[in-house]
Design a protein around this ligand. Structure first.
Ligand code: SF4
Length: 354
């Protein structure tokens, strides 16, 4: 069994939990008309800022970008429109299955954190533990934290890789995402596009670390961390118990950079789909990584986060997404598109009439 994974008491670095809560964080600032479609950016008083500074100061989650891939307008409303937290049974069941898979390869221990530096030490330790277990002959590591600032865009991204598979004989490392589904069928093309983006981002972040493209200075700057701050006693005990060295992030990151550069870049990436109730495999989707496509998408998405362009909803071909959207009744994008569509329809009917 792989070494223990550590988590802080509050568990506030868990992506799923964070996403569920933050999806429903609200302000009293719903968008009410088209004139407000352009996202207000920072004033000289600093009252408002870009979506990045307002909703995600410090860093973005990979899941922010995959949700944006589904519908950017929906993502924006999830931050700005008051809403009721409704438990999604599919998501809850999926989280339980993820936890069961995680516990199959390692134990989870809880430690007390005393600072942001301690919280980030946990991420570094869990990534390190996974690497050490793979380098020591384990073939699978699950729930592996990953982070970085890809494509020199000065934006920090954080994620959680479902599974790394290592073949010690060929030294090949593969990355797989595990998705559970209520229905025994492969997901729609739109959902597959989200999952594809997710695994491509994970690979990019991981490979950048292997290639030494992430520096301690960049981490400290984005996360506002004091790399020389001494860890709390629980974190220090955990580090000592794992036979590692380091009393602060400055030293622990040196260990991480050294270890990860002993491993290889990720070769194969893909998604595995499983039926929730029967636990049977539905199928796998092997993904071809495309660096050019990823950087174009990433830069386009960052324009929204930086407040450099207006928020966009779904294209008319994907209007079916609106039918199950919580924000359909308040969505300005939907109204705008309906108006445009009816104008086109009217102008066409006039021509026909003549
Ligand atoms: Fe996006 Fe449609 Fe929902 Fe509007 S109603 S937020 S366009 S999915």
């Amino acid at each position: 069994m792989q070494e223990c994974v550590v988590k802080d008491f509050s568990d506030d670095d868990d992506e799923l939990l964070s996403r569920a809560i933050e999806n429903y964080e609200t302000t009293s600032n719903p968008i009410t008309n088209n004139a407000e479609r352009v996202i207000p950016v920072v004033t000289s008083e600093g009252e408002l800022g870009s979506p990045l500074s307002r909703f995600r100061p410090g860093y973005l989650w990979v899941s922010d970008l995959t949700r944006q891939n589904w519908c950017e307008q929906q993502l924006y409303y999830s931050f700005t429109v008051p809403s009721v937290v409704e438990e999604n049974p599919v998501m809850t069941e999926g989280s339980s299955l993820h936890l069961a898979r995680e516990l199959a390869v390692h134990d989870v221990v809880q430690v007390k954190v005393t600072s942001n530096e301690d919280i980030w030490a946990i991420k570094v330790l869990n990534l390190l533990s996974s690497l050490v277990s793979l380098l020591n002959g384990q073939t699978i590591a699950r729930e592996v934290p990953i982070f970085g600032a890809p494509f020199n865009e000065d934006v920090f991204i954080v994620g959680l890789i479902d599974e790394l598979r290592f073949d010690p004989s060929s030294f090949q490392l593969d990355l797989w995402e595990f998705k559970t589904r209520k229905y025994k069928s492969m997901p729609s093309k739109s959902q597959q596009a989200q999952h594809r983006l997710q695994v491509m981002l994970y690979k990019k972040l991981f490979d950048d670390l292997v290639k030494g493209k992430l520096s301690k200075e960049v981490i400290a700057k984005h996360l506002k961390l004091d790399l020389n701050r001494t860890f709390g006693s629980d974190i220090q005990e955990t580090i000592d118990g794992k036979g590692m060295t380091g009393t602060n992030l400055h030293q622990l990151l040196d260990v991480l950079f050294h270890r990860i550069q002993c491993i290889t870049c990720i070769r194969e990436i893909g998604i595995e789909y499983e039926h929730q109730s029967s636990k049977e495999s539905i199928g796998i989707h092997s993904v071809d990584y495309n660096d050019e496509e990823l950087v174009m998408l990433f830069r386009d998405y960052l324009q929204f986060w930086r407040g450099q362009r207006e928020v966009r909803g779904v294209d008319i071909e994907e209007a079916w997404k609106c039918q199950s959207c919580d924000f359909a009744d308040v969505c300005d994008w939907r109204k705008l598109k309906a108006e445009q569509y009816s104008k086109v329809g009217n102008s066409k009917s006039k021509v026909t009439h003549k």
